[in-house]
Design a protein around this ligand. Structure first.
Ligand code: HMG
Ligand code: MG
Length: 296
């Protein structure tokens, strides 16, 4: 049963910009988030409080977060890999954070220098503090449809990690096809397997478009009723620790598809397209959104 409404989680300022070669001025990041805030988006992932040695592109997380004009009714989650990140995020007033684990050991090691088990242990104090502080925690599971190092990832591993994060207190689990390797039937089977353990209302999909499959995969998953979709304006993005992880699916393209299907997103598409075009100009390249290109 296809949902009637979908919430888009805009991950462009974080996933989109974490992998850029050039260092993007803090003011551009702030303007991006503020422009996105005017489009009707309700969730805008703003930045990451990770080690600046690992992700130098987001070393200005505190400046970005304090520089944005936070709007009522809009959530601005930030990634935190550990308590240190949580404290940095709280020091600037973050009210929602995201922890991130993987379904494959090799990727976990490469991305956060920890085994899956160690990473979950590391999130426990973050979740504990968040509960005490009234902070919402989202949980990511990466490599749900394949790993750049180990190849196939057993569905049971995806289900196990997603279930652990949900039971540990994450209100929503975002299932990441980190390297955009999934195809529709596999994506649907993966979501169905997770949804047997975690309620669909607590699941989100996060598909990279490396091989042009993201919209098709989203469509297949919508059929199961998933109602939260991660996307990045202008189709930016990728994880520096996952070779071949190119852009996220473009938010403009997802919104265009959903609205065309009669599924409400609450987003002003022309404003979103304009924001994507503005960002592409800032990055000095063509937009990665087909809908954005068609509108130019
Ligand atoms: P480590 O080197 O094992 O950690 O990294 P450590 O505890 O030994 O610390 C090393 C140094 O980093 C120390 O500094 C710490 O203080 C510092 P030093 O003493 O050497 O000067 N440090 C920090 N600094 C600021 N904020 C922090 C922090 N933590 C430690 N929070 C660590 C382990 C987890 C920190 C590191 O591996 C890391 O930051 N990784 C982040 C990688 C990342 O952000 N990847 C991209 C996001 S995930 C993604 O894109 C996938 C997703 O989109 C879903 C999908 O597509 O699948 C979410
Ligand atoms: Mg991602």
């Amino acid at each position: 049963t296809t949902p009637q409404q979908v919430r888009i989680v805009e991950v462009g300022p974080r996933d989109g910009l974490q992998n850029e070669k050039a260092i993007i001025p803090t003011a551009v990041k702030i303007e991006l988030i503020d422009r996105l805030g005017e489009t009707g988006l309700r969730s805008i992932e703003a930045t990451s409080f990770v080690s600046p040695k690992w992700i130098p592109q987001l070393a200005d997380a505190a400046e970005v977060f304090t520089g944005i004009a936070r709007r009522a009714g809009v959530s601005y989650p930030v990634l935190v890999p550990n308590v240190q990140g949580y404290e940095r995020a709280r020091a600037v007033g973050a009210e929602e954070v995201a922890v991130f684990a993987a379904a494959s050991e090799a990727f976990s090691k490469a991305n956060i220098n920890a085994s899956i088990e160690e990473s979950i242990t590391r999130f426990e104090p973050v979740l504990e503090r968040a509960r005490a502080d009234g902070v919402k925690v989202r949980g990511y599971v990466s490599t749900v449809l394949g790993c750049p190092y180990q190849g196939d990832v057993p569905l049971a591993d995806v289900v196990r990690v997603a279930t652990r994060l949900h039971r540990a207190g994450c209100y929503e689990i975002s299932l990441g096809d980190t390297i955009g390797i999934g195809t529709p039937l596999k994506a649907k089977a993966m979501l169905a397997a997770v949804a047997a353990e975690v309620p669909m209302s607590a699941l989100a999909i996060h598909f990279h478009d490396t091989r042009g499959q993201a919209l098709a995969n989203i469509l297949a998953c919508l059929d199961l009723g998933v109602a939260v979709i991660d996307a990045a304006v202008s189709g930016t993005g990728g994880c520096p620790y996952a070779k071949g992880a190119s852009g996220n699916v473009a938010s403009e393209d997802v919104v265009f598809m959903l609205e065309g299907m009669g599924i409400a997103t609450g987003i002003d598409l022309p404003k979103l397209i304009a924001t994507g075009q503005w960002l592409a100009a800032q990055l000095g390249r063509e937009t990665g959104s087909k809908v954005g290109k068609a509108a130019a």
